[in-house]
Design a protein around this ligand. Structure first.
Ligand code: CTP
Ligand code: MN
Ligand code: MN
Ligand code: MN
Length: 373
């Protein structure tokens, strides 16, 4: 039958920062599969195919309606032959044989399981797989495996951490950390970032920025907040990284490079009573022990970098990648979590808000909830 392209006049950009992507995904049946294929490519260190699948999924997420036939995706950017073949399978058979093959692969299953542990990356997962290990139980039972501190915490709180964090839980954590920060420095500023700032209902962690209105006053604040959380008995794990910001350096070209802000990766104990007070919910005495462990990221940039840090930590990852790519390819500029540098004019472009940064890049402002690329 004839099929009219719903996206024919949409003029969809290849850059996620020129698209609006809310949390409402009309093409989840495709994007779930494509993201799984991307992850498999990542495990196989096939960077090209990985990026291609991720870009394709990102384009489909931005569409205003579901794709019902291949004709509808004609003219859309970033949809290669592999992607189209996968979409065709799904349209015809309602399933993808390619992804089912991946899902039943022993190595894929093991790597996915191992990397689901906090502190375990693809390299460690691969090492364990090569040693013949297949389950988390086997890893814990293997006497020759040395887990680092982060991985030990990852195993210890595995059940809780692999459970999605709700918006209600994120709000409760925000209150706790804000209260703690204000007790130490009444004028400190705490901002929610990451997926929850983009309006997501659930996340794998909760991300915050912490700063002071006066330059330099943020020094030492994060460590005092951590101490205070420990005193309150809610700090289950803390990995603190001091600031290594070098103002003279140009923005990093490598996207995945860690930023240099002082930060900490935490596991906090969240009392369920805390949320019942906030939400007026009834407690279910049957099934819970009254608290859960939650992953929290806390980043403390100096205030003159705040806008860049906020933009960088709000994500999504794909949105950030494309912002940087757009800056480099279309504007001759270099963007990262710390700064924006104009390579032609050879100068740094200051910003006090995200709007400033979009304006420097000659981009229309994209609201956080439209960055779910
Ligand atoms: N980020 C970063 N540097 C890191 C880790 C994260 O710049 N070392 C940025 C990424 O751009 C990412 C954002 O911070 O988009 C939030 O990271 P993360 O918590 O991993 O993802 P979310 O989008 O919040 O999704 P989730 O719900 O899974 O937490
Ligand atoms: Mn997050
Ligand atoms: Mn994540
Ligand atoms: Mn995070």
């Amino acid at each position: 039958t004839e099929c009219s392209p719903p996206t024919a006049d949409a003029n969809v950009s290849q850059y996620a920062c020129l698209r609006r992507t809310t949390t409402e995904n009309h093409n989840k049946i495709f994007t779930d599969v494509l993201e799984e294929l991307a992850e498999n490519s990542e495990f196989n260190e096939s960077k090209g195919p990985c990026l291609a699948f991720r870009r394709a999924a990102s384009v489909l997420k931005s569409l205003p309606s579901a794709v019902h036939c291949l004709g509808a995706i004609q003219g859309l950017p970033c949809l290669g032959e592999h992607t189209k073949a996968v979409m065709e399978e799904i349209l015809i058979f309602g399933r993808s044989f390619k992804v089912e093959e991946v899902q039943s692969d022993e190595r894929y299953q093991a790597l996915k399981l191992f990397t689901s542990v906090f502190g375990v990356g693809p390299k460690t997962a691969e090492k364990w797989y090569r040693r013949g290990l297949r389950s988390l139980k086997e890893i814990l039972a293997e006497p020759n495996i040395q887990l680092n501190r982060m991985q030990r915490a990852g195993f210890l709180y595995y059940r809780d951490i692999s459970k999605a964090v709700s918006k209600t839980e994120a709000k409760a954590l925000r209150s706790i950390i804000e209260e703690t920060a204000h007790w130490i420095a009444p004028d400190s500023i705490l901002a929610l970032t990451g997926g929850f700032r983009r309006g997501k209902e659930y996340g794998h962690d909760v991300d915050f920025l912490l700063t002071m209105p006066e330059m330099g006053k943020e020094e030492g604040l994060l460590l005092r907040v951590i101490d205070r959380l420990r005193d309150q008995g809610i700090l289950l794990y803390c990995e603190h990284q001091g600031s290594t910001v070098d103002m003279s350096k140009l923005p990093s070209r490598r996207f995945e490079a860690m930023d240099h802000f002082e930060k900490c990766f935490l596991i906090l104990r969240l009392e369920e009573g805390q949320m019942e007070r906030d939400e007026g919910l009834q407690k279910d005495p049957g099934e819970s022990r009254g608290w859960r462990a939650v992953r929290v990221d806390l980043v403390a940039p100096p205030v003159d970098r705040y806008a860049f840090a906020l933009l960088g930590w709000t994500g999504s990852r794909q949105f950030e990648r494309d912002l940087r790519r757009f800056a480099r390819k279309e504007r001759g500029m270099c963007l990262d979590n710390h700064a924006l540098y104009d390579k032609t004019k050879k100068l740094f472009l200051p910003a006090t808000s995200e709007e400033d940064i979009f304006a420097h890049l000659g981009l229309e402002y994209v609201e956080p909830w439209q960055r779910n690329a």
